[in-house]
Design a protein around this ligand. Structure first.
Ligand code: SF4
Length: 493
């Protein structure tokens, strides 16, 4: 249903001597715009110093030719950010910069640490940080990581200049949760993916350099070809001597299943699978699992489109459009109240009465979080004359909060946490409602089902959770295996 999630971000990094890294990063961020529209930023180095420019808004609003041209250098990282209302300010925009002695580094983060409060408590309060941390604001954990990395720098600069990667390696074993990171100092690009690999991060190659990005779609736009994923538990460093890879923890892959369902761009490749094709398979499975007699299958645009196509194909029911989407209205999720979210839907989606009137409709969407939008959609379709409205959801019920970078609010705000499917149907007011079963959803990805985090649908969290959170998650199942970190000696260069 488009867009109800927060705190999902995109990261990009490029090292290519002789090329305008900031401009290429701008294009990379443009391809990752779907991962965050609140702010955009670029850090660039010409080999001597790091400059950071960031601003609120879309990439095209934060940067223009005038701002990009002076950003000279062959090394850059970038970030696009999305967060909930209340944390939207310039200070939270990334990349963030930390001075260390005469030098410094910039950091861009996608994900959420699961042990932010514990780390903060161990270190004492950082100014202005604790308040954000307790609200689960991802900006605070990025801040915390930057502080930890800065604190791990050696007292004297290393003779090989690799202070940043060594500082990062010292801190990584203390971090829990989701972190796909790109960092840079004046001469090095560093990419890190947490041991579970919750958020995607890929490595690409250009003619004369290297690229790291949240998704493969950002490689294509800068003419890079896909080399491989950054492995869970891997740190990559790139500089004038080439690329170095080090494993800092045993890989225990748990890619966010919602990357496949909704978050990633349809043309991206995850686990070797095209996301668009996987979403169509989800729709096909849904048609097999929960068939219904109808006259037309329609998507909730745009994220419901591929699943609706798959549903229509298997069900043998014509596919059609029932809504026009206004592309220029912001995310409904940023409206502060339930009431206003409903209004946001009306601004964003308008029914095509001629296509709807008198028809029995199958309406396909990717997920339901609070159900406010679904209820409003059903109401709009009925007002437009639909004879029947059958809602089909291409994911399992979203029952548990996410602590790994997707902000859907607290458990009490998730409708499937407290209501059964029949009760949700009653609230939404459709004629029938079915969610895709988790096993079928996993199978539809085309990847190994063991490689996913499904916590928001299953309650099985791959990591331990902050104490206050685990107490409130009665019935949640914690997987027994903690990630095993490698001994620091094993990763020393
Ligand atoms: Fe993704 Fe859900 Fe796991 Fe969060 S809890 S990482 S949204 S699968």
């Amino acid at each position: 249903m488009g867009t109800r999630y927060g705190c999902e971000c995109g990261v990009f990094g490029l090292y290519e001597p002789g090329q305008p890294a900031a401009t290429l990063t701008y294009f990379g961020l443009y391809a990752l715009q779907h991962r965050g529209q609140e702010s955009a930023g670029i850090a660039v180095s010409d080999g001597d110093s790091v400059t950071v420019v960031k601003d609120m808004g879309l990439v095209t609003q934060a940067f223009d030719e005038q701002r990009l041209t002076p950003l000279e250098g062959h090394l850059a990282i970038g970030h696009v950010r999305y967060s909930t209302t209340g944390t939207s300010n310039w200070r939270n925009a990334q990349p963030m910069f930390r001075s260390v002695g005469d030098a410094g580094f910039a950091l861009a983060h996608n994900g959420n640490l699961a042990n932010t409060l514990e780390l903060a408590a161990q270190l004492g309060k950082f100014p202005g940080m604790t308040e954000d941390a307790s609200s689960g604001d991802s900006s605070s954990d990025s801040d915390l990581m930057a502080e930890l990395f800065a604190g791990a720098y050696p007292p004297e600069p290393r003779s090989d200049g690799r202070d940043l990667e060594h500082a990062v390696l010292r801190v990584l074993p203390r971090l829990e949760g989701a972190f796909s990171l790109v960092l840079m100092d004046e001469a090095h690009l560093v990419a890190v993916r947490d041991p579970h690999g919750f958020r995607p991060l890929v490595l690409g190659r250009t003619d004369g350099g290297w690229v790291v990005a949240s998704e493969t779609s950002a490689l294509d736009i800068v003419g890079a070809h896909f080399v491989r994923e950054v492995e869970p538990g891997e740190m990559i460093a790139i500089d004038a001597t080439g690329l170095r890879s080090q494993r800092f923890a045993e890989a225990r892959p748990r890619l966010c299943l919602f990357e496949f369902v909704y978050l990633a761009r349809p043309d991206s490749i995850l686990y070797g699978q095209n996301v668009h094709a996987a979403r169509q398979r989800m729709g096909e499975e849904l048609a097999r699992q929960a068939p219904v007699d109808a006259d037309m299958v329609m998507p909730v645009p745009e994220s419901g489109v591929p699943a609706a196509q798959g549903f229509a194909r298997v069900a043998g029911i014509p596919y059609g459009d029932g809504f026009v989407k206004n592309r220029y209205v912001g995310r409904t999720f940023i409206q502060p109240s339930q009431n206003m979210r409903g209004e946001g839907v009306r601004l964003k989606l308008n029914p095509i009465v001629e296509n709807i009137k008198g028809k029995r409709l199958v309406v396909v969407d990717d997920s339901i979080v609070r159900a406010t939008t679904s209820r409003r959609i059903v109401q709009m379709l009925r007002e437009a004359g639909a004879a029947e409205v059958h809602l089909r959801i291409s994911s399992a019920p979203y029952r548990w909060p996410c602590f790994y970078g997707l902000d859907t609010g607290r458990r009490s705000e998730l409708i499937a946490a407290s209501l059964e499917v029949g009760e949700i149907l009653e609230y939404i007011g459709a004629d029938s409602l079915a969610y895709l079963e988790l096993d079928r959803l996993l199978a539809a990805t085309g990847a190994s089902p063991d490689g996913f985090c499904t916590a928001c649908m299953s309650g099985e969290y791959p990591t331990s959770l902050p104490t206050s959170e685990s107490e409130s998650l009665e019935g949640a199942v914690m997987l027994p295996d903690p990630v095993r970190y490698l001994q620091p000696e094993a990763v020393e260069a």
